[in-house]
Design a protein around this ligand. Structure first.
Ligand code: SF4
Length: 380
């Protein structure tokens, strides 16, 4: 039996409802190019058939918006759209989707002179007119810079939490209650802490759970369990996604993994991530999406995992990202960071950019850097 859940308010998203005592909704995301209408509609349908109550699609341009209108007509999946920096695109996508996800940390890039509160008012107006829900999606790699400044450099939880709370306050003051919140980090312990603290402050707001860039299976699933199991046992979480670095043809594994976590919890089978609590080499890799710049990305992540096994016992983080949109920011906290361009892979060590390398040459450079980091750790 599932543990009792927090008394969150219900938020309708198309034909499904998040929160308010409704069953936990599993989500996933299309990784096809949004402009490839048939492939994206087919993937959305396949994910819905596998059990995803909501399927997210990335939209970055007017062409993506046009594609989305066509996709809407080809799939019965409940659709959520992921807006990055172009918040104004919400007006064009809202007629075709059931939910809009915006990231508070991305509201600063376009029209920087315009206060973020005005931009949220715009999103609320659009969502209300078209009957869409909103998700305030706070992510560790792209927190509102103004909020970050209010906290000490070592505090990554405070800025995320307060950014979410401040957006909830504004949405409430605008009389818009059809929203949920997500607070994602690639570290499962931080996901637990920030969601616990948020749920204490706002037990009424439905939470979407996720470990961002959890990585390749099976490690990515084990890492996600570390965050989901304690939260769900405490009644926190109304919807969730297991983000996995898998090729397009295997995307339904995200939904299957989420289903297994929920089934295990209902059957009392928890604590199933042996060894993951110990510090060691951690590969943080994104699940890819429409923005991925080269399909070789998943293969690259797998090769990096295989190449770096020899350093498994060292507490080193390697971040592998699929695009330039999120790559530079999301690799900032890693010891080694890699993000893909169409023909070249960018590599950095800490915050220092080491250069762009061909796909067939980046691995040897990465190994050289990893050897040096391992040697430093041994010498300590
Ligand atoms: S890093 Fe880029 S490709 Fe990967 S999921 Fe995020 S936006 Fe998509």
């Amino acid at each position: 039996m599932m543990p009792p859940r927090n008394p969150t308010r219900p938020v309708r998203v198309g034909s499904t409802t998040i929160g308010g005592g409704h069953p936990i909704v599993i989500q996933s995301m299309c990784a096809t190019k949004t402009t490839e209408v048939l492939a994206t509609a087919a993937q959305a349908t396949a994910l819905a058939e596998a059990g995803a109550g909501i399927v997210r699609i990335a939209v970055d341009s007017r062409r993506d918006c046009e594609a989305l209108a066509a996709i809407r007509g080809l799939t019965g999946a409940n659709l959520s759209v992921d807006l990055q920096e172009s918040y104004r695109l919400a007006a064009e996508v809202a007629p075709h989707v059931d939910k809009i996800r915006y990231n508070p940390g991305h509201l600063f890039h376009h029209e920087p002179e315009r206060p973020w509160q005005d931009k949220v008012r715009f999103l609320v107006d659009v969502a209300a007119r078209h009957g869409c829900a909103l998700r305030v999606g706070v992510n560790c790699g792209s927190v509102d810079p103004a909020m970050r400044q209010k906290f000490s450099a070592g505090d990554s939880i405070g800025p995320m939490l307060h950014s979410a709370l401040e957006h909830c306050e504004l949405l409430d003051s605008l009389g818009f209650v059809r929203y949920c919140v997500s607070l994602k980090d690639s570290d499962p312990r931080k996901v637990v802490e920030v969601n616990r603290r948020f749920a204490r402050e706002r037990p009424d707001v439905p939470l979407h759970l996720g470990v961002t860039e959890a990585g390749l299976p099976p490690e990515g699933i084990m890492k996600t369990r570390l965050a989901f199991e304690p939260l769900l046992r405490e009644g926190i979480g109304d919807t969730l996604r297991v983000s996995l670095t898998v090729p397009n043809a295997r995307k339904r594994e995200e939904v299957e993994a989420a289903r297994r976590i929920l089934d295990d919890l209902a059957a009392g089978r928890v604590g199933s991530s042996p060894g993951m609590e110990r510090p060691g080499l951690d590969i943080v890799s994104c699940p890819s999406c429409s923005r991925v710049e080269n399909e070789a990305f998943v293969e690259l992540a797998e090769k990096i995992r295989d190449l770096t096994r020899y350093a498994a016992e060292y507490p080193i983080t390697i971040a592998v990202m699929g695009c330039r949109v999120n790559g530079p920011g999301e690799t900032d906290d890693a010891d080694l960071g890699v993000w893909c361009g169409p023909n070249f892979v960018n590599l950095k060590r800490g915050k220092t950019h080491l250069g762009s390398f061909r796909y067939d040459e980046v691995l040897s450079r990465l190994k050289t850097e990893l050897d040096a980091i391992v040697a430093e750790k041994r010498a300590r």
